[in-house]
Design a protein around this ligand. Structure first.
Ligand code: CTP
Ligand code: CA
Length: 223
């Protein structure tokens, strides 16, 4: 049952979960971030742990606290998240729920940028490592099940299906985060699970319920 050490369908399975936003520094006091609360990733980690998995929870600076009963690795940047995932491998499965910043500021300043001294900054960006794509395409040591997320604002199934092919992951959990849905930062989610079997739309439900269903699916896939 939940919380019992060594029990449950995922007992003995190591699963990496990334969650939350990343923060990409501009200078020591400023950063670029996104609106991810970390709620869905946290719920997934909790649900996997409840089924007995050893969860390595690699989290950016999220609004919600990490769940009990998981190994927590706290990071700030995409590069740190990528390194932490590498350090956590090998694993039976990996779930990439984090909203990783696609870009970092190319030349971060070690000193606070000053209005008078520096004028208006011209920020240049460099591309961050794509953690999901890298892990999904590992020649050796790839987790048996690699799950990505796709937060889209339009053409959700089409975009997410293309994303799954491009990244090489097994499943994509896609959702519509356009402002009208109120999903980003909310407590509910409406997802489409995209796999080899096609696109399966789940009804809108609490993020905890989405997490439990996904954990059950993962347990079935790893059984
Ligand atoms: N992801 C990742 N590392 C990155 C960017 C994304 O691991 N540097 C993962 C996310 O955790 C998510 C999936 O990739 O599971 C899809 O993220 P998303 O931002 O939707 O995909 P992108 O390829 O970055 O495409 P987009 O241009 O739509 O942002
Ligand atoms: Ca992205």
């Amino acid at each position: 049952a939940a919380g019992m050490l060594g029990a449950g369908p995922l007992a003995g399975k190591r699963i990496i979960v990334t969650s939350g936003p990343t923060h990409e520094p501009i200078d020591p006091v400023r950063y670029i971030a996104n609106r991810s609360s970390g709620a869905q990733g946290t719920a997934i980690a909790r649900a996997l742990a409840a089924l007995g998995a050893h969860v390595v929870f690699v989290t950016g600076p999220a609004d919600v606290a990490p769940p009990e009963g998981v190994e927590v690795v706290r990071v700030q940047t995409a590069q740190q998240m990528s390194d932490a995932v590498d350090a956590a491998l090998p694993a039976e499965a990996a779930v990439f729920a984090a909203a990783v910043a696609d870009w970092r500021v190319a030349s971060q300043s070690d000193r606070k940028l000053k209005k008078t001294r520096d004028g208006m900054p011209k920020l240049e960006f460099a591309e961050n490592p794509d953690i999901l794509a890298r892990v999904a395409q590992m020649a050796t040591g790839r987790p048996g099940l690699v799950v990505g997320f796709a937060a889209e604002t339009n053409d959700v199934i089409e975009n997410a299906t293309a994303k799954r092919a491009r990244k090489g992951c097994d499943w994509i959990v896609a959702n519509d985060v356009s402002a009208a849905t109120g999903i980003m930062g909310g407590t509910e989610n409406a997802v489409v699970l995209i796999s080899d079997d096609g696109a399966e739309s789940w009804p809108r439900m609490g993020k905890d319920a989405v997490a439990r269903q996904l954990a059950d699916r993962i347990a079935a896939a790893l059984a």
